[in-house]
Design a protein around this ligand. Structure first.
Ligand code: UD1
Length: 417
């Protein structure tokens, strides 16, 4: 079992690039399944969740090659429409293949998806929306069987919550359905816009991505294309949090600063100097951070739930008290136990956590229990006195590409053993 060993209190400095977005890559890979011919997807991160999607595509009969951040996918020889349990359970976003497979073959079957245990994570919104597009869905002891005996057709779909995954599933499926689909209360995350850009470049007709209403005029066919995935805004947030936790100064290149608006405003409130220059962010952190008053997670453009854990770790040593309100997932404080072991002062009650900044953190043996929690424990360890050993790296590797090398290049003392 591998672990990270982090010797803390090394001030991060220097510059680094941010890799491509996991949450963009996964739906784009599912959408590539609908195209005729080859798609070339650039700036793909090398992550275990991407490997999981590649395994699914290959199992279905697609040709996939992945090297040097570019993924080639061709679904012309796809010959299956069932995804086995072992592949589905690897990650939650495997549900995104449902709409794509259904649209491609007219039927699809799979079990309930896996992923981090950060909440109930039902898929009712996905299933309801797909049935509004004409899917007939049955649940056979945990295996969903979807068919579209009368074809897929456009529909007015109103989401009761702006679910990212459900919005993506509908966009993919509706892009080749007959007629027009209108999604209201759609998710507005940058990854939704990236998926729309990919699909439109394949020949789809999608407008309004990034707004609350998305309109999809179905087309007969999609053609493979070239696309470059957007930078990962959560990886960027994590690296900035690591810098701030050590009172460092770094420059992040290859970011889209506007995607980080709500996060950057928290950094400023903490006393960090944030300078945006084109696609770079230069951050200069003070010796000790000031606790922000409140961090409330919200759908985009609000503060992202995925950045809650790293930011909590970053301010564990700040001056003051912060109230966290987690509005997206029910069980997203899995990192708190690890932070407490390192000396943090945090109390959790349901979706609320109250953090009282402490003078110092100390290294400890800690275990990650979810992806962003793993990142949080690294951030805390960077700012802690002494050595931290982090296990549970299977979660980290789902979303961060070789973060130990990136942190070492910035002066951190981080090794994988
Ligand atoms: C995506 C991101 C994840 C991020 C989350 C919220 C990917 C691969 N993952 O996850 O990193 O934390 O958005 O920004 O892009 N819900 C239902 N029924 C459904 C679907 C969702 O009740 O059918 C609920 C969920 O339980 C959760 C909330 O809606 O409480 C948000 O979920 P959703 O936006 O769908 O997140 P994901 O797409 O799973």
């Amino acid at each position: 079992m591998s672990r990270l060993v982090i010797d803390g209190l090394k001030r991060l400095h220097g510059e680094t690039e941010v890799h491509g977005s996991k949450n963009s890559t996964l739906p784009i890979l599912a959408a590539a399944l609908l195209c005729e011919g080859k798609s070339l997807i650039h700036n793909c991160p090398d992550l275990s969740d991407v490997a999981g999607s590649i395994n699914i595509l290959r199992y279905l009969g697609c040709e996939v090659e992945f090297s040097d951040k570019t993924l080639l996918c061709c679904a012309d020889d796809l010959d299956k429409n069932h995804i086995p349990d072992s592949l589905m359970r690897e990650m939650r976003s495997s549900i995104i293949f449902l709409g794509a497979l259904l649209a491609k073959t007219g039927s699809a079957s799979m079990c309930f998806p896996g992923g981090c245990d950060i909440g109930l994570r039902p898929i009712d919104l996905h299933l309801k929306a797909l049935s509004e597009l004409g899917a007939e869905i049955s649940d056979d002891h945990g295996i969903f069987r979807c068919t579209s005996p009368n074809g897929l057709h456009g529909a007015n779909i109103s989401l009761s919550f702006p679910s990212v995954g459900a919005t993506e599933n509908v966009m993919i499926c509706a892009s080749v359905a007959q007629g027009t689909t209108v999604i209201t209360n759609a998710a507005r995350e940058p990854e939704i816009c990236d998926l729309a850009d990919f699909l439109n470049s394949c020949g789809a007709n999608i407008t309004g991505a990034g707004e609350g209403t998305i309109i999809i005029d179905g087309v007969n066919r999609l053609q493979g294309t070239r696309h470059s995935v957007i930078p990962d805004r959560i990886v960027a947030s994590t690296l900035l949090a690591g810098c701030a936790a050590t009172g460092g100064k770094i420059r992040l290149d290859h970011v889209i600063p506007s995607h980080l608006g709500a996060v950057l405003s928290i950094f400023s409130e903490c006393g960090c100097d944030v300078d945006i220059r084109g696609s770079s962010i230069i951050m200069d952190a003070p010796e000790r951070l000031t606790a922000p008053k409140i961090v409330r997670t919200m759908p985009y453009p609000g503060f992202p739930t995925d950045a809650q854990a790293p930011i909590m770790a970053m301010i564990a040593k700040s001056r003051g008290t912060t109230l966290f309100v987690e509005n997206i997932f029910e069980n997203r404080y899995l990192h708190v136990n690890g932070l407490l072991r390192m000396g943090a002062n945090i109390k959790v009650e349901g979706k609320v956590a109250v953090l009282q900044g402490v003078d110092c953190l100390h290294g400890a043996d800690v275990e990650a229990r979810d992806l962003r929690g793993a990142a949080a424990l690294i951030v805390a360890a960077l700012g802690a006195e002494g050595k931290t050993t982090l296990s549970g790296l299977k979660y980290l590797d789902r979303g961060y590409e070789d973060i130990e090398s990136t942190l070492r290049s910035l002066g951190g003392d981080v090794r994988r053993i």
